[in-house]
Write a protein that binds this ligand. Structure first.
Ligand SMILES: NC(=O)c1ccc[n+]([C@@H]2O[C@H](COP(=O)([O-])OP(=O)(O)OC[C@H]3O[C@@H](n4cnc5c(N)ncnc54)[C@H](OP(=O)(O)O)[C@@H]3O)[C@@H](O)[C@H]2O)c1
Length: 370
């Protein structure tokens, strides 16, 4: 494995050296010397990204045989989990698709549309007992397969801006999105140690970039990212690889306009009179419109890039530690630029975005301005 990495690095280096030579040959001397330092850095960065991608694609693209490999996915009844379960089944994995309710329409759909290899089981990631039962069920039903990976997909989105989010919203988000994943990992660790398998944690755009408005959700996803980075170090000694998947905006129940409005209305009901007065009813209406517009305008219904990234994290012999599932290259570029800004600049960028979106200001802030 180390040999392959060295080979990939060496090919990468040769590509860069060659490209720079070609550039220097064709570009007018004056131009090269004028832009010497900045030009060098930019050209190197762009070429490095391209060549590393190419060398990795050809040299580190080896995949494991899914034939006798079992994978557990949580939250498979709907959305991304449902799509990924079907995708992994179609690739030949033995999928244990866990749902909170094993008789929900989503669970029935999985039984009907997937191969006989796929098993549906009940698992509520908030319950120690349920997770324990699921781990026992999987262990007893491997049927000669090796348990290879856990995909912690189950997730919830509650709360909004800090004033509209209760402590319960923060606790619930942590309980499902972070502690749920930890419960599942701990229960399946004995099996993963045997196979030297994989842990895949569903993070989010909101776990890698400072995304405003969704406080409890983003907090839990930053925690998932941090936990995963730590876990990768801990589990290295067992040969277990850990990866996070950070999807951008994809159309599922979680990101639908209806669900966003429901979350905000629910949060508003819980806030006390003083906070209501601070914001005012007009704010609420504008806020709801902006949030659902912001969510739906950039989201895509094509979930295949997430499924491919999850499959890469599970099936590649040399997987990445993190994947950013995206269908929207300009958005991806802007976000990566944004994350490199200092906080003060990020705040200015968000102000500009709010302005373009027509995000209202709280009533009290407006009064103080006037
Ligand atoms: N959609 C996006 O744009 C996006 C972007 C970034 C990250 N993500 C992440 O991707 C994952 C899936 O999101 P999604 O968009 O597919 O959301 P979704 O459509 O709302 O589906 C969420 C899934 O999680 C399950 N779940 C919720 N609480 C659970 C619990 N206590 N135990 C077990 N399962 C539970 C739900 O089961 P029930 O059907 O029983 O409720 C459902 O199957 C989440 O972790 C989310 O944070 C999504």
């Amino acid at each position: 494995m180390i040999g392959k990495y060295i080979l990939a690095g060496f090919t990468h280096f040769l590509f860069i050296a060659l490209c720079l030579k070609i550039l220097a040959f064709f570009s007018p001397f004056v131009l090269i010397s004028y832009y010497y330092f900045l030009g060098n850095v930019l050209v190197c960065a762009v070429i490095a990204k391209l060549t590393f991608g190419v060398s990795k694609h050809y040299l580190l693209s080896e995949r494991i045989n899914p034939e006798n490999k079992a994978v557990l996915i949580t939250g498979a009844a709907r959305g991304i989990g449902n799509f990924v379960a079907k995708h992994l089944d179609s690739k030949g994995f033995h999928v244990f698709a866990s749902c909170r309710d094993a008789h929900s329409p989503g669970a029935d759909d999985l039984r009907k549309s997937c191969s006989k290899r796929l098993r549906v089981l009940e698992l509520d990631v908030r319950s120690d007992e349920s997770v324990k039962r699921a781990a026992e069920y999987v262990r007893d039903n491997l049927g000669g397969c090796e348990f290879w990976a856990v995909v912690n997909n189950a997730g919830i989105h509650q709360g909004a801006i800090i004033d509209l989010s209760s402590i319960e919203d923060f606790k619930d988000s942590m309980d499902v999105n972070l502690f749920g994943a930890i419960r599942v990992i701990k229960a399946f660790l004995p099996l993963l140690k045997q196979s030297r398998g994989r842990v895949v944690n569903m993070s989010s755009l909101g776990g890698r970039f400072p995304v405003p408005v969704c406080g409890p959700y983003a907090t839990s996803k930053w925690a998932v990212e941090g936990f995963s980075k730590y876990l990768a170090l801990d589990l290295d000694v067992w040969g277990i690889r850990v990866a996070t998947i950070a999807p951008e905006m994809f159309q599922t129940d979680m990101t639908s306009g209806e669900s966003i409005l429901g979350v905000i209305e629910q949060s508003w009901k819980g806030v006390d009179e003083e906070v209501r007065k601070d914001y005012g009813d007009e704010f609420l209406q504008g806020f709801k419109t902006c949030c659902s517009k912001a969510m739906t305008s950039v989201s895509t219904p094509r979930l295949d890039s997430i499924a491919e990234d999850v499959e890469s994290a599970i099936a590649l012999v040399h997987p990445d530690a993190g994947y950013q599932s995206s269908r929207n290259s300009p958005l991806k570029f802007l976000l990566n630029l944004f994350v490199a800004y200092p906080t003060k600049l990020q705040i200015i960028a968000v102000r500009a975005y709010y302005f373009l979106l027509g995000m209202p200001k709280p009533q009290r802030v407006l009064k103080e301005i006037n």
